[in-house]
Design a binder for this molecule. Structure first.
Ligand SMILES: Cc1cc2nc3c(=O)[nH]c(=O)nc-3n(C[C@H](O)[C@H](O)[C@H](O)COP(=O)(O)OP(=O)(O)OC[C@H]3O[C@@H](n4cnc5c(N)ncnc54)[C@H](O)[C@@H]3O)c2cc1C
Length: 444
């Protein structure tokens, strides 16, 4: 339903003035219509116009640009794609696992390049990534996975020892050293989404907000996208609705929404930093199945997310708040950084990511070459979606490229089973992850 108060949806969505654009109140004819105003839709529209400026492109967003995961995430531009590469190799083989990592590295570099070349003010910091272990069992996992990626010939990640880690960031929970990946960065995602909007409007893309697509019809070879007060006629459609994709028949069984949650503190003081360190302002993630992820904002607030997820069934998308998970995250903050005992938490929020059954992204043509979709980046889409947009533009323009040749383009996804089997399968997967984390971790 359009008209929700977007400022309530995350801290990031309060950090800049933003005036939503017009609703769609008429019939518009374009060459390509994009559904969804997150990073995927924005980047797709940009790359189409960049390659073919003469094409008419319209982008329709249910609420406001950045309303979905793109305006609510942790803001980590990171190389993770799917789950751990060892698991990706079990699913797709070693060579494809390496290709996937290469794609994710390219996405991270490309995100920085886009932000710089388009001059998007989104507080980007090139501060690198630390992957830490919080128990002996996770330390073993970290080393095993490191050996695996080294054997694959992946070079951008190095193993640092415990004293190096503690010189950077000090937590009593850390066991052993860490992975260090200098390539990654952090950013303010809402500012990036809104900056993107300025760029594509400047290119001539017609952007309509508070204009949910409620039905797609096909008439005489063209698509009719109906909104409450208007319609868009288009030759081609790019569906970039991410966690809402199951509302669209063509890709209904390809993904399901999964919610991730974040809590945020007031700015840390000099005294806090004196005890914790963290002068390098690195992104940090642990080695759990349901990871914790944390970072600092540009005014030194701690953004701390993950730990658990929630699921929904049918058409229910009302899962943005979960007091139980918020409380556990707050407890975990104190355990991770005891000097923060008593600190105030100023914000908490959640948002839906899109998950396929094998937790790996999927994109390609649905039905024919005129309907293109992208989904399934789970909690790792900040940079992937920027490059995916270029890939989707290639698909829309029917241009073969290095990107469209990636093995996950037009891949066969494992369909979500019908209810009640879907519920049983998803609850089974999440319960297993929770059980493994409880068994492995000191954070129960
Ligand atoms: C709490 C949280 C933390 C995360 N942290 C990270 C992180 O640190 N790093 C990382 O890499 N990834 C992270 N992610 C994942 C990342 O945010 C997503 O992968 C990425 O933003 C997906 O972008 P998108 O454009 O595909 O989808 P979205 O940003 O979700 O955009 C989809 C848009 O489609 C719109 N829409 C839906 N239905 C319709 C309709 N019928 N008509 C018109 N519009 C419609 C929605 O309103 C929405 O704005 C996180 C996600 C969450 C929720």
């Amino acid at each position: 339903m359009a008209g929700q108060d977007f400022r309530q949806k995350s801290y990031w969505l309060t950090t800049r003035e933003y005036e939503p654009g017009d609703r769609l109140n008429e019939t518009v004819k374009v060459d390509i219509a994009v559904i969804g105003g997150g990073f995927t839709g924005l980047s797709s529209a940009y790359h189409i116009k960049k390659q073919e400026p003469s094409l008419d492109v319209a982008l329709l967003e249910s609420e406001v640009i950045g309303f979905g995961a793109s305006g609510r995430n942790g803001g980590f531009s990171m190389t993770k794609i799917g789950l751990m590469l060892g698991l990706t190799a079990l699913r797709f083989g070693k060579e494809k696992s390496k290709q996937a990592h290469g794609y994710a590295e390219k996405a991270v570099d490309y995100t920085k390049e886009l932000i710089e070349s388009l001059n998007i003010d989104c507080d980007y910091e090139h501060s690198g990534f630390l992957w830490v272990a919080t128990s002996e069992k996770f330390k073993k996992r970290l080393h095993k996975e490191y050996e695996f990626i080294s054997n694959l010939g992946i070079e951008g990640i190095e193993l640092i020892d415990e004293s190096n880690l503690r010189n950077r960031v000090n937590s009593p929970l850390y066991v052993g050293g860490a992975w260090w990946e200098p390539r990654s960065g952090i950013l303010n995602p809402a500012k990036l989404a809104w900056g993107w909007k300025d760029v594509i409007v400047g290119q001539g893309v017609q952007v309509y907000e508070n204009s949910p697509v409620i039905e797609i019809k096909k008439e005489k070879g063209r698509f009719r996208l109906l909104t409450e007060n208007g319609e868009v006629m288009a030759d081609k459609v790019i569906l970039a609705a991410n966690a809402w994709s199951h509302f669209f028949g063509k890709v209904k069984f390809k993904q399901t929404p999964v919610w991730s949650y974040i809590v945020m503190t007031e700015p840390l003081s000099e005294k806090h930093f004196a005890e914790i360190g963290w002068k390098g302002r690195e992104s940090i993630e642990d080695f759990r199945d349901l990871v914790h992820y944390y970072r600092l904002t540009n005014d030194n607030r701690l953004v701390f997310g993950g730990r658990d997820v929630s699921l929904s069934w049918g058409k229910n998308m009302d899962k943005d708040l979960d007091e139980n998970i918020f409380q556990k995250l707050k407890d975990d903050v104190q355990k991770t950084f005891p000097p923060l005992k008593g600190i105030n938490f100023t914000h908490q929020w959640g948002g839906p990511v899109s998950a396929t059954l094998d937790l790996f992204p999927a994109m390609g043509y649905a039905g024919d070459k005129n309907f293109i979709y992208s989904l399934g980046c789970v909690g790792h889409g900040v940079s992937l979606t920027q490059l995916n947009g270029r890939l989707l533009a290639d698909l829309a323009l029917e241009q073969k490229s290095e990107l469209t040749g990636m093995f996950f383009v037009n891949r066969k996804t494992v369909p979500m089973p019908p209810e009640p089997f879907k519920r049983m399968a998803l609850q089974g997967i999440v319960s297993f992850m929770r059980w493994e984390d409880r068994t492995y971790d000191v954070l129960k």
